[in-house]
Design a protein around this ligand. Sequence first.
Ligand code: AQP
Length: 355
Amino acid sequence: MSEFKELVFSGVQPTGNLHLGNYLGALQKFVALQDSHECIYCVVDLHSLTATMAHDDLADQTRSITAAFLASGIDPKKNIVFNQSQVLQHAELAWIFNCVARIGWMNRMTQFKDKAGKDRENASLGLLAYPSLMAADILVYRATHVPVGDDQKQHLELTRDIAQKFNNDFSRRIAELGYGVDMEVGEEKVNGFFPLTEPLIDGAITRVMSLRDGSKKMSKSDPSDLSRINLTDEADAIAKKIKKAKTDPEPLPSELGGLIERPEAQNLVGIYAALSGTTSTSVLTEFGGRQFSEFKPALAELAVEKLAPIAGEMRRILADPAYIDGVLREGSGRAREKAEATMKMVREIIGLIDG
Ligand code: AQP
């Protein structure tokens, strides 16, 4: 009786400067997981086309995200690091998943609603189908775990729905071909071709909020640069942004309960905890009763201490684009082999004649 081998997959879009939210929600976890798991990390360049087709600097953005991966400590020899568009099997499986997924499922996605705004009719078809490509990214490797920020939870649930529908729709073929794998779903034991992938959303802060508005997530596309700390910000910029971060007039509480209804305070405490590798509770044990005028400089110092080496290393790596392209080429070759092994079976399950 076989079972899925644990495999981690995650991706980041080349749509602008990476920020502290991407770092704490994704990159920091990617680095930690490479010690315990086989990992595949992808720059999802095809996803970046869903918002705007014409990016003058797409290639450079792709190199910049790759440099951020490497500068954060991801080892491209131990793991697979590549860009999505070099492995065509992602797009092939995405098409198949477009035919598995239902339009109603896509219409319910909050990210689609947020990004399409009021003018949904005018959003690209790609933006609507984005989660189907994301499911393909993950399932073309039959990955079992995906480290992501909390904002991606709904897309991961949809990935499971797509896997489950494919497993059900083709259950007879999967069994005939002997391609099924046993897995536990809650109390139940089921058999299927695709795993029901688990999100890994944990840590001291799972959704880093904007520094200007504690009800909005920190995001690359926020028009205000003061809303986020970019991985490439200089020390003075980091200190200035933290100093200007919105807060309330009360001192920090000594217990977690005191952060309820204080989203900005909760955010800054969570950021401190995640950067220092502790919990919000222990941050409050240290800073409870103190004013933001004392806490903010401590947070700025910690953020600079953690982020400045990454920014420096990114600059060093980016000075050698040929090296970055070589990492992506080599990683793509390794990824393609794995993806093609899955697609051979998928084509056979569906009945697509393959050579
Ligand atoms: N604010 C956040 N807090 C925690 N995690 C976050 N992530 C993004 N924002 C936060 C996580 O970063 C990973 C890569 O994200 P992405 O670039 O692929 O997509 P995104 O979520 O669309 O990022 P942005 O910054 O919000 O970009 P725009 O503004 O273009 O939409 C993911 O794991 C995500 O969870």
